[in-house]
Design a protein around this ligand. Structure first.
Ligand code: XIL
Length: 519
């Protein structure tokens, strides 16, 4: 090769021709080399193969490589091809392939020129890459009418081997058991496969909530508890070397407050004692398993709106004698039961850095002043595609960090549609196109990056997503009326067939210090 290549990316790197091939300096993220494929070449389902050789500086920089194809002028393209740094050895040839199978007909082109290239990925990219050969094999039977069949055949891959391996803190996921039999982690093979591949911590979506574990208080003994389903779930986690985040010891949400607590008619002093024994018995029971590393001790005790106050309509508040004292009593009991497990206060919308965040920080300051044990704050993070922005999220987390407490993202999902986001339904997004998917990818990346930039290593409690597949997100049920029973929140990392979504790549990009882009 002696001509036809040029540098691409910021600052337009240059290319050198030499006896080995074409060399470019991989001096930054998105720097690489490209060549043109002129119209009307049919590139749909074509396979690009390159033999490359990287310098030792490139290898040690940790940079990755990405083969890509781009329709010139629109710059839409194939960005799914990814080769991790681990696939290379310095000064050794590696053969990389990339199928141009973007899930639409953009490469079924008769009027556009395309550029095909390879670029460095990773903010610390350095060293040189030599392209020794490049070959494009066109799809055997591509005909001009293949636009529809092409999209059905292509499955997106985020090229992530194990998301959990990219972080040195827990990467968790909420799963179902008997509460959602179709998606039961103990019986659904797809659910198991994706959980075991990518996560090292689980949260029970429901079955460790109050009414599931502690349905009645007839006798006041441990036999009033029902641990069967939760034990099966925790044992599964144990068998797979996963830890469990316990969720949740005290939560006012009506559907899961045990009847005997809702209808409590005894004194408030006795009610507080009952809450203490509830917390003690559950924490004790699971301590014996050995893999419950943290608990949401109290969930959602604060109101939305300005000013935010302790929820006065919570049965716990009412039965405690119109007092929020049940919160500290729960934390004290949990600590007394287990000296080392991390104790969290968990809530939603606190990432908006709003009056609820302020009220929560007041509570934390008060707890710390009075030596009420608390280790961290769980940010549920049921967020919108475009709100709140990453700097707001970071500012809210920073307040918790400033108190020396851990920050855990406990229930992350990024709703494409949500009735309280982005003036729904005026701005309803009706289909999950690649453009939307890539916006969501960047959003996941921006959120994880905000977490990494804000929370120091010793205060990282981990990041958990609230579910696996978009087919089983709680948001579509929660907003069924507003959504007209359409499933249009698409908030998770895997699509309805358990295939990777670009969101997974975005999550991984942040963990790998690759810049967040919607490409
Ligand atoms: C949700 C579950 O995912 C649903 O299956 C259930 O019907 C309602 O609760 N905040 C929390 C979680 O702390 O416990 C909620 O889980 C989602 C909001």
């Amino acid at each position: 090769m002696t001509s036809g290549w040029r540098g691409n990316g910021t600052g337009n790197s240059s290319v050198n021709y030499n006896s080995n091939g074409v060399t470019f300096a991989a001096s930054a993220d998105n720097i690489g080399a490209v060549f043109d494929v002129l119209k009307p070449t049919q590139l749909e389902n074509a396979v690009v193969e390159m033999v490359v050789n990287v310098s030792s500086e490139f290898k040690t920089s940790g940079a990755n490589l990405q083969i890509f194809a781009q329709v010139k002028n629109t710059w839409a393209g194939e960005w799914n091809c990814w080769s991790n740094n681990s696939e290379f050895a310095a000064n050794t040839d590696a053969t990389l392939t990339c199928t141009i199978d973007e899930a639409d007909d953009r490469f079924n082109q008769s009027v556009n020129d395309v550029q095909v290239g390879i670029q460095a990925k990773g903010t610390n990219s350095a060293g040189t890459v030599t392209i020794k050969s490049a070959k494009i094999t066109l799809a055997a039977s591509s005909s001009s009418s293949s636009a529809t069949s092409s999209s059905s055949g292509s499955v997106y891959s985020a090229n992530v081997d194990h998301l959990r391996d990219l972080a040195d803190f827990p990467i968790g996921v909420a799963v179902s058991n008997t509460d959602s039999p179709t998606y039961n982690i103990l019986t659904n093979a797809s659910e198991k496969a994706v959980v075991e591949k990518h996560f090292d911590q689980m949260t029970a979506g429901n079955i460790m909530k109050m009414s599931y574990l502690h349905p009645n208080n007839n006798t006041g003994t441990i036999s009033d508890y029902n641990f069967t389903n939760a034990d099966a779930f925790v044992d599964y986690a144990l068998a797979k070397n996963m830890t469990v985040h316990g969720h949740t010891l005290v939560w006012h949400s009506d559907y899961q407050v045990p009847g005997f607590m809702k209808n409590w008619s005894g004194t408030s002093a006795d009610f507080l004692t009952a809450i203490e024994s509830h917390v003690t018995n559950i924490v004790d029971h699971f301590e014996a398993k050995g893999n419950i590393v943290s608990w949401d001790v109290v969930n959602e005790a604060l109101t939305d709106g300005n000013p935010s106050v302790f929820r006065t309509d919570s049965p716990f508040y009412i039965k405690s004698g119109n007092s929020a004292v049940y919160i500290e009593r729960a934390f004290l009991a949990a600590r007394a039961a287990n000296a080392t497990v991390d104790l969290y206060y968990n809530d939603y919308n606190i990432e908006q850095n709003n009056s609820k965040t302020t009220k929560m920080m007041e509570m934390i300051t008060d707890f710390q002043t009075r030596n009420i044990p608390i280790n961290g704050v769980g940010f549920q993070m049921h967020v919108c595609l475009r709100y709140p922005n990453a700097s707001t999220i970071a500012a809210a987390m920073q307040k918790v960090v400033a108190k020396g407490l851990k920050v855990k993202i406990t229930e992350l999902d990024v709703a494409v549609n949500q009735p309280y986001c982005d003036s729904y339904p005026a701005n309803k997004i009706s289909s999950f196109t690649m453009t939307v998917a890539l916006e969501q990818k960047k959003r996941y990346c921006d959120i994880i990056k905000a977490y990494l930039d804000t929370v120091p290593v010793n205060l990282r409690g981990g990041i958990s997503v609230w579910g696996t597949t978009d087919a089983n997100t709680w948001l579509d049920s929660l907003y069924a009326t507003q959504f007209n029973n359409e499933k249009i929140s698409w908030p998770l990392l895997f699509d309805t067939n358990y295939n990777d979504k670009p969101a997974l790549r975005g999550f991984a990009d942040a963990l790998q210090s690759i810049s967040c882009t919607n490409m």
